[in-house]
Design a protein around this ligand. Structure first.
Ligand SMILES: [Zn+2]
Length: 103
């Protein structure tokens, strides 16, 4: 299994596809498939059947998973960037590959 540097609750920027340029929070990561779900991004309309008498069903927008390579972490200095790791003793921190700042 591949370890991804992006984690749940990270704010990422979409660099590919129809929602290019949007930013959002990572709500789900499927590291087996290399897919992420980002809040408010890659919305698809889905027809919901009413589950109970209180629900109407109808068309709802949900976030569809997309390839993890379509999103980048955001560095305050450089913008969307790739991440690296810096190991300091036992601490492992994520850094921007461009400027070396901790993210
Ligand atoms: Zn940077």
């Amino acid at each position: 299994m591949v370890k991804y540097k992006i984690k749940k609750n990270d704010t990422v920027k979409v660099v590919c596809g129809k929602d290019k340029g949007k930013t959002g929070k990572v709500v789900k990561i499927d590291s087996n498939k290399g897919r992420v779900v980002v809040q408010g991004v890659n919305l698809v309309k889905k027809a919901m059947k009413p589950k109970s008498q209180n629900e109407k069903g109808g068309i709802v927008s949900i976030e569809a998973a997309m390839d993890i390579s379509n999103v980048r972490m955001i560095c305050k200095k450089c913008g969307p960037t790739r991440l690296g790791f810096k190991v300091d003793g036992k601490e492992k921190t994520r850094i921007c590959k461009k400027c070396g700042d901790t993210i």
